[in-house]
Design a protein around this ligand. Structure first.
Ligand SMILES: [Fe+2]
Length: 324
């Protein structure tokens, strides 16, 4: 399977590889189906611009690096319920949140890399929750690469799941980290570290963040991880920035907005090219990224003309020239 832009959908050669859900999380189109042109308009109305499809190009690419749909839907529901409780000024259901955290940490621990469900592939009303899942998965992945133990990963995951909860409590976008912090502190079972992840996720080391413009050491490492994950996720899902470009935009922030350690961990854990990406190589051959073998940023590519597999990690003179 592979991700395509909805405009690239071809009725004759592609089937859906993953169901399309409406805003109530009901299946609108099941996996294995083709999309009738009249449904394509409906999908566009739902602001879905990315589809996960199966076709000849994607043959053999399973995207096991992505959460399975039942786990993804369960996580989405827990986040949605939590943010709804906050909007009614009620306390969180900590047990359910902790169970979710256990599950998603396990999901990240068992994979070498994580492939995100793009927010552009879900209905408009679910995008914000899909974004939160992605930020949490990325944060855990970075924490894992920094050698965090389970307790540290749990604090980071809880803070990441709740990082934007202040948005349902205030209309002032610049105040959502404070509002979130105050609300999370009322839930006494949640650690101070997790509350600070929400409080500081828009800060930067150089004092140019908000709400407090803190500098240097005051900017907690866990909050840096969530902040960076949030920045990256917004770039790739809202700005349509390609992952390898987003990675470069992140590298220039090293030692300026985020610590060198956190940036290094990010670069060491997030791949430049997602399996299923159709590419053109510097020698003009067309191919598709099929996975990562030894080097996170030099994937294995299958050539379209002869199905030969080329590991870019052992072919240093070949570059990915273009994404198609
Ligand atoms: Fe935020």
């Amino acid at each position: 399977m592979r991700f395509i832009h909805v405009s690239q959908y071809d009725y004759d050669t592609m089937q859906l590889a993953q169901p399309i859900y409406d805003r109530m999380k009901r299946i609108l189109l099941a996996a294995g189906r083709t999309i009738h042109p009249k449904y394509l308009d409906r999908i566009k109305e739902m602001k879905i611009s990315t589809l996960l499809v199966e076709d000849a190009v994607s043959k053999g690419i399973s995207l096991d690096e992505m959460l399975d749909m039942p786990t993804w839907l369960d996580t989405l529901k827990v986040i949605q319920d939590s943010y709804e409780l906050a909007s009614k000024n009620q306390l969180l259901n900590i047990l359910i949140l902790q169970k979710t955290i256990t599950t998603i940490i396990q999901e990240v621990q068992k994979r070498k890399i994580i492939v995100l469900v793009p927010t552009s592939s879900v209905a408009n009303e679910l995008k914000e929750y899909a974004h939160i899942i992605n930020v949490t998965l990325l944060a855990i992945q970075i924490g894992k690469s920094m050698g965090y133990n389970n307790a540290q990963l749990r604090d980071l995951a809880m803070g990441s799941l709740l990082h934007d909860i202040g948005k349902v409590l205030t209309d002032d976008p610049h105040q959502h980290p404070n509002a979130g912090f105050d609300y999370i502190r009322r839930n006494r079972e949640i650690s101070l570290v997790s509350a600070h992840v929400a409080f500081q996720h828009h800060e930067t080391m150089n004092g140019k963040g908000f709400p407090r413009s803190i500098v240097g050491e005051q900017f907690l490492e866990t909050a840096q991880i969530c902040g960076l994950a949030n920045y990256y996720e917004r770039l790739i899902s809202e700005g349509d920035t390609l992952p390898h470009v987003a990675l470069e935009m992140i590298m220039v922030k090293s030692g300026i907005e985020y610590s060198e350690n956190v940036i290094q961990a990010f670069v060491n854990s997030i791949p430049s090219y997602i399996p299923g990406t159709k590419i053109k190589l510097s020698n003009e051959q067309d191919g598709v990224v099929i996975g990562i073998k030894t080097h996170l940023h030099r994937p294995v590519v299958r050539l379209l003309e002869n199905e030969e597999e080329v590991d870019l990690a052992s072919n240093p003179s070949l570059m990915i020239k273009m994404i198609q």
